[in-house]
Design a protein around this ligand. Structure first.
Ligand SMILES: Cc1cc2nc3c(=O)[nH]c(=O)nc-3n(C[C@H](O)[C@H](O)[C@H](O)COP(=O)(O)OP(=O)(O)OC[C@H]3O[C@@H](n4cnc5c(N)ncnc54)[C@H](O)[C@@H]3O)c2cc1C
Length: 240
């Protein structure tokens, strides 16, 4: 069966070297916040060994009218074509997939440990939870080298200010190289930092998303802190 088509509606830079692409939501298309989609370029001008399809987390929240994918703009055939695609161009959409979605029991907080491009499903889940007024407490520890590299930082800060159940803890590992200045947390997420924001470390369900090396490092932090492996959910971005 032919895959549904979507259409590129807009693109914008959301951090240094990072672009968000908005797509038309096909009629009847439904997904749960945190899931991902496979996008296939149709008849691209160039291709390479990895082919014409990439999976990207749906950065958009399901209540939003458009779909959004966000990616680091590396110099690969797929991304060169994507960044130059004319507005209105069609792509094939194979979705939704994945189970990196918010747990049901609102008595258990959700703690996200993420960094860099791993923020994509976290934006979707956080905005949808706020929109639905779920009773979950959500804490996002978001690590980047510099604020310039942190996609959706302002939007998540605004959510932190308006939603009492949402806490953003942004940390920068190379704040000295920033032109913007930084007076928040610094350094990698570790057990002492986690303990400053999560008082009972065994209470929450933890969510780790991003490149495999980052997910593995975050899992190490949680294991060292005594968190049960059953309370850790992951989404590994293969290809980084
Ligand atoms: C469930 C899931 C969700 C994902 N969500 C996202 C998302 O939200 N955003 C996102 O950006 N990605 C996401 N990814 C990863 C995405 O599918 C791509 O694999 C990734 O963006 C890399 O694509 P590429 O075209 O840059 O590299 P590819 O062409 O796919 O790279 C192929 C190989 O070349 C290497 N390579 C390519 N370019 C470089 C470079 N410049 N430096 C070093 N090595 C290089 C890669 O390590 C890889 O082994 C997700 C993956 C999965 C499985």
């Amino acid at each position: 069966m032919a895959l549904p088509r979507t259409r590129l509606l807009d693109r914008k830079v959301v951090a240094e070297g990072t672009m968000a692409f908005s797509f038309e939501k096909p009629p009847g298309f439904e997904y749960t916040a945190g899931q991902f989609a496979d996008y296939t370029l149709l008849d691209p001008a160039e291709t390479d060994a990895e082919g014409d399809t990439r999976g990207f987390s749906l950065t958009s929240a399901p209540y939003e009218p458009r779909l959004m994918a966000t990616t680091r703009l590396r110099d690969t055939a797929f991304k060169r074509v994507l960044r130059n695609l004319p507005i209105g161009a069609e792509l094939a959409l194979d979705a939704p997939y994945g189970s990196f979605t918010l747990h049901h029991n609102p008595a258990r907080p959700a703690v996200f440990l993420t960094g860099g491009i791993g923020i994509t499903p976290v934006r979707s889940i956080s905005l949808q939870a706020a929109h639905d007024r779920t009773a979950h407490k959500i804490i996002v520890l978001y690590s980047n080298k510099r604020p310039e590299d942190a996609a959706f930082l302002d939007e998540l800060r605004a959510l932190d200010e308006t939603d009492k159940d949402f806490t953003l803890v942004a940390t920068m590992t190379q704040p000295e190289s920033s032109r913007l200045g930084w007076d928040g947390e610094t350094g990698h997420v570790d057990t002492p930092m986690l303990s400053r924001y999560v008082h009972d470390l065994t209470g929450p369900v933890y969510y780790l998303s991003g490149p495999a090396s980052m997910v593995s490092a975050m899992r190490g932090v949680l294991t060292a802190a005594g968190v049960d492996a059953d309370d850790i959910r992951t989404e590994e971005f293969t290809g980084y």
